[in-house]
Design a protein around this ligand. Structure first.
Ligand SMILES: C[S@@+](CC[C@H](N)C(=O)[O-])C[C@H]1O[C@@H](n2cnc3c(N)ncnc32)[C@H](O)[C@@H]1O
Length: 249
């Protein structure tokens, strides 16, 4: 995704469409990961935070200062109880923060929206810049195995309050691009439905390519984990979590 116009129509429906995602479990997993790696974060930056599901849960240490950021102001607007200082629309490729943050997160495929290695490298440099020495960057990626198993020539639909949507997913194996095309029929005044389209594209990176980019950006790769475990992540895993550390010196 290259501008703030994606993740626009979907924003009011995103939490419903993702109702199957267990963010409590995800948050517990992440907190186990940072504790295991010796961190008790006092300052946290979440990138690609979307509708900020972790802001509605007790995931972070109660005294931690947390900033939620996303490219899409429409997604962030779904977390209206956060103060403007805690909810900042920004591109992860050019962060308007100085830091330092002890912990940076980018969860649920958000990194896959960076469509080429140059952008991933830029994002990693930005995160390293705003992290404190010794700080951690925890993120996950969706894999080719996940695309092939669940998101190739797949159609899904849902009926929500005032909206029916269809999602058509396709994986281009050669280009390593996962596409998800949405059509929303949104009920307007007098019961008239309007059609809106929104397309999302994600690049599916190999694990080794991400490790190489991380090292090049000056990170230490502390872990590459399968799904929500601490077993080694493999190309056959459907989701892989990475833990990168900015060296202390
Ligand atoms: C699949 S959603 C995940 C949202 C949230 N992390 C969650 O767990 O529900 C991916 C998010 O990444 C954001 N995103 C995509 N490209 C971005 C970029 N370059 N900078 C910041 N956020 C980006 C999108 O706007 C979207 O909200």
């Amino acid at each position: 995704m290259r501008d703030e116009t994606s993740y626009r129509t979907i924003a009011p429906y995103y939490d419903w469409i993702m109702a199957h995602v267990d963010y409590d479990m995800w948050g517990r997993y992440l907190s186990r990961a940072w504790k295991k790696l010796g961190l008790e974060p006092a300052s946290i930056l979440e990138l690609g935070a979307g509708t900020c599901p972790f802001a509605r849960r007790d995931i972070f240490p109660p005294s931690a200062r947390v900033i939620y950021s996303d490219l899409s102001p429409f997604m962030l607007s779904r977390a209206p109880t956060l103060s403007p200082d805690a909810r900042v629309a920004a591109n992860a490729l050019a962060l308007p923060f100085k830091g330092p943050f002890d912990l940076c997160l980018m969860i649920y495929d958000a990194l896959n929206y960076l469509m080429d290695e140059e952008d991933v490298a830029r994002c990693l440099r930005e995160i390293k810049r705003v992290l404190a020495p010794g700080g951690l960057f925890l993120f996950d990626v969706t894999t080719e195995a996940n695309s092939r198993k669940h998101f190739h020539q797949a159609v899904d639909y849902g009926e929500l309050e005032g909206c029916t949507y269809f999602r058509e997913s396709h994986f281009d194996r050669e280009a390593r691009v996962q596409g998800n095309d949405f059509i929303f029929f949104v009920e307007g005044p007098e019961g008239v439905f309007r059609k809106h389209k929104e397309s999302h594209q994600q690049r599916i990176y190999k694990i080794d390519a991400i490790k190489t980019m991380a090292r090049k950006a000056g990170f230490k790769v502390e872990g590459v984990f399968e799904g929500f475990t601490f077993r080694p992540g493999k190309e056959t895993s459907e989701r892989v979590h990475f833990a990168l550390r900015k060296p202390a010196k």
